[in-house]
Design a protein around this ligand. Sequence first.
Ligand SMILES: *Cc1c(COP(=O)(O)O)cnc(C)c1O
Length: 353
Amino acid sequence: MEVDLSALEANLRLLQERAKGEVIPVLKADAYGHGALPLARFLFQKGARRVAVATLGEGRVLREGGVKGEVLLLGSLHPLEAEEALKWGLTPSLSTLEAAEALAQRAKALGLAPRAHLKVDTGMNRVGFPWEEAVSALRAVEALGVRVEGVYSHLATAGEDAAFVEVQRRRFQEVRRALGEGYFYHLENSLGLLLHGGENVRVGLALCGLVPGIGLRPILRILARPTLVKRLKAGDRVGYGGEYVARGGEWLATLPVGYADGLPRGAVRWVRGPDGALLPVAGRLSMDQTTVRLRGPVDLGAVFEILSPDFGPTGLLAWAEARGTIPYEVAVHLSRRLPRLYLWEGEVFARVG
Ligand SMILES: *Cc1c(COP(=O)(O)O)cnc(C)c1O
């Protein structure tokens, strides 16, 4: 897997031009399968003020990897996680008083200063203090000695129901008016920003370039060399179930990548050959291998592009659509088994696996 950090940087700049305030890179789920640690290191080098992940464990991985910058945990803090969040210097999100109390208590015991962002529910009904109670929640959290640095909410219907986005934005504005300026407010995700604009925003999908039509570019590419190239005889059957039956005379390459690497089974239909031509996958995808029908023989040094950094038939969006799911789900299932090379302006920035 190759990750193009130059494209990531271009995506970040484009999003920064669109946002009126800060762009917070969201690197949860290992940066949507792209690798959170190298991306966090790169983004802090490029001037990011903070990054966000979902869980305490994801935050710890960044700290263990040497990331010193601000890391916001987007999941609602569980009281049992308070101590670890403090010890690792991670900024938790609070949506219950129980968690705020645990954070204040553990901080006192450890001699640390408790800080947090307040999560406000403006209509998603998943986590957050109800927006109508934001003022009393904030006062109660602050009374415990927790410094509330940010206040935020999350859109439930960006890209799906613009009217409800407006309802949530109005509610968030009301919260902001009631709480006053002294806090860092952030609201929109990728589609929220791109379709409705935004000030301080948290973006994951768009940073990975997985939104077509506005100049963003996907940053991932999966490449493989064949481990076997051969010519089929009439009637030869290929792979599990013997689904592909040879007419005879066609060339076949076996690539050592399969659904255990995160290729969605049933949805990877094409691969790009060494000359860029689209080649059909022959038969079923295996766990560790994929068989491709060639136009002619190639040697074992030939490089095939299994996933392309574009919006064509070998792109991640095409996989997701063929699979009947959203690009997020396909991206987060890309496997850690794939060795990763992070490239910036043609140089190797990092290598993993
Ligand atoms: C995942 C997430 C985001 C980023 O969403 P994208 O659609 O990938 O931009 C922003 N905020 C919260 C709270 C999230 O959980």
